[in-house]
Design a protein around this ligand. Structure first.
Ligand SMILES: [Zn+2]
Ligand SMILES: [Zn+2]
Length: 259
């Protein structure tokens, strides 16, 4: 967990970003401000990042991209980097090149997505990633990551993870993340601020927990906490009233995906 805050960074909590490690390869889910410093703190390697999956272009999910892209070049990365995200991320990436004269040492392969329902958007030898729309008032996508299991790894069962941020609840989502080992679902507000969640197209603790229950996931992680709430223990307490296997994530937390 590289960032579990919502709109603004704090000393101990960055805006949204996560690193998924699969057999030594890294994949980023969103890239909020400060992501590269958090990567350093966690002793993760910039060169191992294969792909970055962006949910949407609200600043708290992408303000860390420019710095990270630049650092990879300063480290003389040569392998291509895949960035997956909505079409409106394209001008953001174009501006990086034009405004800063960035002549990066590696090619960026941008894949614009606009799925109406789950659709395969990325595949390599280790993972398959499908994307699906979220309900956030702008193009915004969730990702479901499935481990690819080779013949040699049988009878190992493939593990799965889903990342859903930001979104208001909607009926189809539970089916789209059904049965994953770990679901990350934003829970910006405790139930007390349910009106704000509806207004800004976010979820409450109970929305996230209801989705996890309906989807039959193994474990629920929540984050993207509103800065209105100082004591985040309320998020976990509330969510557990519906889905016991909930953990309120903090920056620096590491979760192993097991079946
Ligand atoms: Zn956000
Ligand atoms: Zn947002």
């Amino acid at each position: 967990m590289l960032g579990t805050a919502s709109a603004v960074p704090f000393s101990d909590r960055n805006p949204s970003a996560q690193a998924l490690s699969v057999r030594g390869r890294l994949y980023l889910l969103d890239c909020g401000e400060g992501t590269q410093q958090r990567i350093r703190q966690e002793h993760l390697s910039f060169v191992k990042i294969q792909a970055i999956f962006i949910s949407h272009t609200h600043g708290d999910h992408i303000f860390g991209l420019y710095g990270l892209l630049s650092t990879m070049s300063l480290y003389h990365r040569t392998e291509p980097l895949t960035i997956v995200g909505p079409e409106n991320l394209r001008p953001v990436l174009d501006f990086y090149k034009s405004a800063f004269g960035a002549d990066d040492s590696y090619p960026v392969e941008f894949k614009a997505i606009s799925p109406k329902e789950p659709e395969l958007v990325y595949e390599d030898g280790d993972i398959r990633v499908s994307a699906f729309p979220l309900n956030h008032g702008m193009p915004c996508y969730g990702y479901r990551i499935e481990e690819v299991v080779g013949l040699r790894q049988q009878p190992w069962k493939p593990r799965s993870y889903a990342y859903c941020s930001d979104t208001a609840p909607f009926p189809e989502l539970a089916a789209w993340v059904a049965g994953v080992d770990i679901l990350y679902h934003e829970a910006t507000y405790p139930q007390q601020y349910a009106d704000k969640a509806r207004q800004y197209l976010h979820s409450t603790t109970l929305d996230a927990a209801s989705c996890a229950l309906k989807a039959g996931v193994g474990r629920l992680l929540i984050g993207h906490y509103s800065s209105r709430v100082k004591d985040i223990s309320v998020f976990e307490q509330e969510s557990r009233t519906i889905f016991e296997a909930t953990t309120a994530a903090n920056d620096g937390d590491i979760f192993e995906i097991t079946r």
